[in-house]
Structure formats: C-alpha cells, structure tokens
Design a binder for this molecule. Structure first.
Ligand code: CAA
Length: 259
C-alpha cells in the first residue's frame, strides 16, 4: 500500500476496504493533499478484486470539519474556475463499488458533502451534520445544495444552508440523511458490518443496483425506469441470477461467482 500522509488505509475484514481520514489536529479538514489521497485509495480499492465494499471514516471527534479554510483563504476565484472543481472531489459515483460513510462528531461543509456523496451513512450518536459555509460568505460547493436538498427536502435544506442550522444524529435519521444511529463505541464496527453484508451479495447484482439507484438522481422517471429495466434484463443473463433462484428453490444459501 502507498505511504499516505493524510489518511490511513486498511482492510479490517475480508472484502472491505477502509479509508480513515487522518488530520486530527485540523479536525480532518479536507485539503488538496488529503482529497487526492482519498481518491487514490478509493481508486485502488475499486480496482482490487478482493474488495467489494468501501468504508470512509474519520475519528470520534470529527468525520471532517469541511474543506480546509486555511488553504482556501489564499485562493482566488480564477484559480477555482481554471484549475479546481470542488464538486468533482465529491463525485463518488465514479466508483463502481458501494461506499459507506461512518460518521462520528463533526460532519460539516465538505465533510457533510463527502458523507452524502457516499452510498450510505452510519452515524454515531455524537454526529453533527451541517453546511456552515454561509458564515464564510460562500456556499456549499461540493454538492451540498443539491444532495442535502434531495435528502431532507427544500425547507430544511434552506434553513441548514441559510442559517447554519446543524442536525444532530437523531435529526439526521429522522429526516432521512443517514441509515442508522448507533453508540459512539460501535459506529465504525456497525459500518463495517453493513459493508460485509453488501460484500456477501452477488457483486454483479450490487453493481447494477447501485447504478440504477444513482440514476434516480440524474434522470427523469421514464429514463430511470428504462435504465432499471435494462439492468434487470442484464442480470437475467448472469450465472449469479441462476444460482440465486436455484438456491432459493433448493432451500440453501447461494454461492455467488460474481459472474
Ligand atoms: N479548515 C481548516 N482548519 C480547520 C477547519 C477547517 N474547515 N475546521 C477546524 N479546523 C482547525 C482549527 O483551525 C483548529 O486548528 P488550530 O488549533 O491550528 O487553530 C483545529 O481544527 C480545531 O478546531 P477548533 O479549535 O475550532 O475546535 P472547536 O471544537 O472549537 O470547533 C468546529 C470545532 C465547530 C468544527 C470549528 O472548528 C469550525 O467551525 N470549523 C469550520 C467548519 C466550517 O466552516 N466548515 C466549512 C468549510 S468550507 C467548505 O467545506 C466548502 C465546501 O463546500 C467544500
């Protein structure tokens, strides 16, 4: 594994790749170096046939407190326009395998956006979600205005982004932002267990299902239904589909070949 400076990369259990954001003194503020290491690690796991699902986490105090304000403060709008795309940083649909965010403590600004870019979120009871960019005279540039609005609805999204209203973990659960809330001692284990569950399924079916769900964000209903139909038909041609149905009839567990 490459020697990273801002993240720690592990395989805590079979088939699960874990990326830990590791700038604790800066509450895991997302600077360029950290983001490029995250993408390098995710790209590596995505290409690794021994890995089926990925987990991103921070530490107990902070998932990530946002983009690195100290780094951003020295940058110009021309630089942003010509050489950077913050939203590209949080385009995780480029990865084929599902990604789960395990969030404890602050998930603010780009931290909240990174969690939302993942496919599922497991939160610790201590998690706090927010988009405080308004305090800096900017707006959430990593997908927050779009993904948070789709997740929690317009009225609450407006309040969060216009007034820096923060959501507790329980509120995030109530409003559909996260999958589950668990005790701080077990949030990472719980996310890894969820990843193992995903990894135990047919990975061809997982791949096409993830793509079809993500299509719901990009397409009209008619286009999305068409995409779903094509993926459904595609899965009928797989060995795993035959195995899954035969195993059901024979009252046994399926043995997936991911083919
Ligand atoms: N960027 C750079 N450094 C950060 C940071 C950030 N986003 N968040 C925290 N830090 C640093 C602090 O500067 C501090 O470092 P020093 O000790 O060297 O001063 C260290 O982390 C600890 O932070 P605090 O002392 O502030 O800790 P706290 O417990 O008092 O407060 C906090 C925690 C409420 C999260 C507070 O740090 C804070 O408000 N952080 C900024 C949150 C924010 O505005 N995020 C949005 C960033 S913009 C963005 O993300 C744009 C986008 O859409 C991509």
């Amino acid at each position: 594994m490459p020697n990273y400076e801002n993240i720690i990369v592990e395989t805590p259990v079979e088939k699960v790749g874990l990326v830990r954001l590791n700038r604790p003194k800066a509450l895991n503020a997302l600077n360029d170096a950290l983001m490029s290491e995250v993408h390098e690690a995710l790209t590596g796991f995505d290409a690794d046939s021994d890995i089926s699902c990925m987990v991103i986490t921070g530490n107990e105090r902070a998932f990530a407190a946002g983009a690195d304000i100290k780094q951003m403060s020295g940058q110009s709008h021309i630089e942003y326009m010509m050489t950077r795309s913050v939203s590209d940083n949080f385009n995780f649909t480029r990865y084929k395998k599902p990604i789960i965010a395990a969030v404890s403590g602050f998930a603010l600004g780009g931290g909240c956006e990174m969690a939302m870019a993942c496919d599922m979120i497991v939160a610790s009871e201590s998690a706090v979600f927010g988009q405080p960019e308004i305090n800096l005279g900017i707006l959430p540039g990593g997908g927050g205005t779009q993904r948070l609005t789709r997740a929690v609805g317009k009225a609450l999204a407006m309040e969060i982004m216009l007034t820096d209203r923060r959501l507790s973990a329980d509120e995030a659960l109530k409003y559909g932002l996260v999958n589950r809330v668990v005790a701080p001692e077990i949030y990472l284990d719980e996310a890894i267990k969820l990843a193992q569950k995903v990894a135990s399924m047919s990975q061809v079916a997982i791949r096409l299902t993830k793509d079809a769900i993500n299509k719901a964000y990009e397409a009209t209903l008619a286009e999305g239904l068409e995409f779903e139909k094509k993926n459904f038909i595609l899965l009928f041609g797989t060995e795993d589909r035959q195995e899954g149905m035969t195993a059901f009839v024979e009252k046994r567990k399926p043995h997936w070949k991911n083919k």
